[in-house]
Design a protein around this ligand. Sequence first.
Ligand code: FAD
Length: 117
Amino acid sequence: KIENATVKAELGRAAWRLFHTTMAKFPDKPTQDEQTALFSYIHLFARLYPCGECAGHFRQILNKFPPQVSTRSNAAAWACHVHNEVNKSLNKGLFDCSNIGDFYDCGCADENDKKMK
Ligand code: FAD
């Protein structure tokens, strides 16, 4: 099968959107179980990401920068940092991680909150 860069980039945008939005919804004060879940999720994401060459690069980045799962803001800042590592390797501009706070909105209500926000 030949490489299709347009499709690969589209997958990347979708995956990053889900990845960062997951961090934005992670609890401020996660339980040990929630921290373990996010840690596993990140490692499985890096193992199973469908672009194999991308996944291989990303696993090297994870080895250098282990996932930070102690709080929402640490997880979001960590994810922004590793995405910037990928940006660097692809010669893309860097994202300003101090703006990550409100950037990723899931568009969903909280589980215990029936009203949409
Ligand atoms: P993307 O990098 O997809 O970013 C989408 C949007 O996210 C940007 O428009 C911006 O609004 C925002 N954003 C940018 N940087 C950050 C940041 N640091 N933090 C938060 N938000 C940000 N492609 C390859 O060709 N080779 C690879 O080895 C490769 N490895 C990848 C590994 C992973 C784990 C993933 C998820 C994708 C990988 N990709 C790879 C795809 C690549 O990262 C891009 O998704 C793709 O090239 C499209 O780039 P883009 O310029 O549209 O923006």
